[in-house]
Design a protein around this ligand. Structure first.
Ligand code: TEU
Ligand code: CA
Length: 606
């Protein structure tokens, strides 16, 4: 009997090895490189990612809309900055109800952005510069103009019917001719998440805009379509995906009403559907495990404690996710501002360091195309000096904390929020829909609504890149009307000026990225917050001790706010040598107490 058990045990271990090796990524480097501080080194852990919103990056054919050739034109600008991965917001054919996040054809380039040849030329130019490209995978929903949906809505017996989520309405005693929605789900873009379709007299689900019907991931045909389109782009040479609201793909069985508690924040329920991990592991098995691809999930609704389920390498799902705790630390309901303390931000990052283990990986970001401009949201634009300093301080934080760093286009210039004054200044469907619900619905005054959207609206980060002091900031020709107005401060805030000025934000970020590239401690090093309770100073160390190598230790000190601050260094931490700072001549190397002026950032080796 004993031999039989031994044989079985040996067999099952062997089988496991066989199965798991089948799931392992094909490229050997991921598995054979020695670990660094317990982490498996990979290119995407060491990356500095630059997000491009193509509509607003550079127009090259005078139609006032950014295009792919405009990206190709500026690759040297990005190479010089030092970023090595580009995340391209959706470039696919779309009617642009949500500026490309409503895809009509996943294998076609949006007409306004150019042709597939333009895409291929851009990708080749990116590769020629030893950079990589990840594209945006938007598969929780498609456009209602996708042919799948056109077929699906045409009849209840269409072979595409179950590509989407159709349900009967509920009886409406007050108006029997108009049934009520199947449940009380709200849309992220105001109103109900259900849209009545007269042709087949049913509702379809759309967690976002009416023109963004949710795909039915319960349907294996949908999943196979997604895996096919992923392979299409991976086989063209893209290096991975940013996955739009990916935790939402598994819906609640039976789609019951939200309880009052769930209705407070539906994302928590919607992001934790029963088959989410099964779908992601299937996607990994069918597609991702066959490529050296990077994946980052936009993890709306996922708490820090739930992150590891999605990013732990042993689970073969995603490589990393965007967690929104830090970027939304100052957000209340509908674009309202809530007071926050620096300690809260520090606690968030400290918890990330504690909760995420060596098989997990993190991201660090404080801006994107859905949020206000970095320096207007978290910095200080009250004076030019503070705009410069606070932009540099924020980028210092993003590039020295733990995790893959994500920078958003224009933040390297310290681009600011736009001076929105009236509703017609905005473009965003989220704003237009909210106006109907909140202003027409009498919940807030028009003035209050405009003021809030001016502060937190997504259009702030979508105004065109400011390349020069030429008309329209050099984003498009003088004659063209940009699809969204260029910020009038382009005359003083623009790339041409900043590339020239050695002390500009652009050149500071360039030096920061170079420092990070030269020191793996900023990637794999331990993180220690030196003063979690300090209300003004965010001070932490990054340390990497590797056998046979001299220890790499950095001290980062950030004085958040215009007040001057004193910071006493703890035992054992010396400000040995200033390696970078955002205030010329301010250097207290060797001191045990640092005296920091408003918005001052310093990095010391120690
Ligand atoms: O964003 C999802 C999401 O979280 C946003 O709706 C965000 O919370 C909100 O807009 C903040 O004001 C993704 C894309 O990044 C966004 O651009 C799309 O509009 C959305 O999904 C639908 O695809
Ligand atoms: Ca164009």
């Amino acid at each position: 009997m004993k031999h039989l058990i031994l044989f079985f045990a040996a067999y099952s271990i062997g089988a496991t090895l066989l199965v798991s090796s089948a799931q392992r990524p094909t490229n050997p480097t991921v598995q054979t490189a020695p670990t660094i501080n317990g982490y498996q080194p990979t290119w995407w852990k060491e990356a500095v990612v630059y997000q491009i919103y193509p509509r607003s990056f550079q127009d090259t054919n005078g139609d006032g809309i950014g295009d792919l050739n405009g990206i190709t034109e500026h690759l040297d600008y990005l190479k010089k900055l030092g970023v090595n991965v580009i995340w391209l917001s959706p470039h696919y054919d779309s009617p642009n109800a949500d500026n490309g996040y409503d895809i009509r054809d996943y294998r076609k380039v949006m007409r306004e952005f150019g042709t597939m040849e333009d895409f291929d030329r851009m990708l080749a130019a990116i590769k020629a510069r030893k950079m990589r490209l990840i594209v945006d995978l938007v598969v929780n929903h498609s456009s209602d103009e996708h042919h799948w949906f056109a077929e699906s809505r045409s009849s209840k017996t269409s072979p595409y019917r179950d590509y989407y989520i159709w349900r009967d309405g509920r009886p409406n005693p007050a108006d029997p001719a108009h049934p009520l929605p199947p449940n009380n789900y709200p849309s992220y873009f105001s109103g109900s998440a259900w849209q009545w379709d007269e042709t087949t007299k049913q509702f379809y689900l759309h967690l976002f805009a009416v023109k963004q019907p949710d795909l039915n991931w319960e349907n294996k045909k949908v999943r196979d379509e997604v895996y096919g389109l992923m392979k299409f782009w991976l086989d063209k040479g893209v290096d991975g995906f940013r996955m739009d609201v990916i935790p939402l793909i598994s819906k609640q069985p039976g789609l019951p009403d939200l309880t009052p508690e769930q209705a407070h924040d539906p994302s928590k329920l919607w992001a934790n559907g029963p088959r989410r991990d099964e779908f992601l592991q299937e996607m990994n098995r069918e597609v991702l495990s066959k490529y050296d691809a990077m994946t980052v999930g936009e993890a709306i609704g996922i708490t820090l404690d739930e992150e590891s389920a999605l990013v732990n390498a042993k689970r073969h799902e995603l490589d990393m996710i965007f967690n929104f705790d830090a970027i939304r630390v100052n957000r209340g309901p509908l674009y309202s501002e809530q007071a926050w303390q620096l300690q809260t931000m520090k606690t968030i990052y400290d918890n990330h360091a504690k909760v995420l283990g060596k098989d997990d990986w993190d991201t660090v970001f404080l801006s994107n195309h859905d949020n206000p401009r970095l320096v207007s949201n978290f910095g200080d634009t009250s004076t030019e000096e503070y705009r410069q300093r606070s932009a540099k301080l924020l980028e210092t934080m993003i590039l020295t904390l733990r995790g893959t760093a994500f920078l958003y286009q224009g933040d390297e210039l310290g681009m600011t929020n736009f001076p929105f004054k009236k509703l017609s200044d905005f473009n965003d469907i989220e704003v237009m829909n909210a106006y109907k619900e909140w202003v027409v619905g009498g919940k807030v005054s028009e003035a209050e609504f405009i003021s809030r959207c001016a502060r937190f609206g997504r259009d702030n980060s979508r105004t065109p890149m400011q390349w020069s002091e030429k008309a329209n900031g050099g984003f498009t020709t003088a004659e063209a009307k940009p699809w969204l107005a260029v910020n009038p401060n382009y005359r003083t805030i623009n790339a041409a000026e900043e590339v020239r000025d050695a002390d500009s934000i652009y050149n500071y970020v360039r030096r920061l990225i170079a420092l990070r590239a030269a020191n793996k401690s900023f990637v794999y090093g331990d993180y220690t917050d030196l003063a979690p309770d300090d209300p003004h100073v965010f001070a932490y160390t990054r340390r990497l001790e590797q056998p046979g190598k001299s220890a790499e230790r950095f001290l980062v000190v950030l004085n958040w706010g215009e007040q001057a601050s004193e910071f006493k260094l703890p035992e054992g931490v010396k400000a040995r040598k200033l390696v970078l700072g955002n205030v010329k001549g301010a250097d207290e190397a060797g001191a045990s107490t640092l005296h920091l002026s408003g918005w001052e950032a310093r990095i010391y080796s120690y």
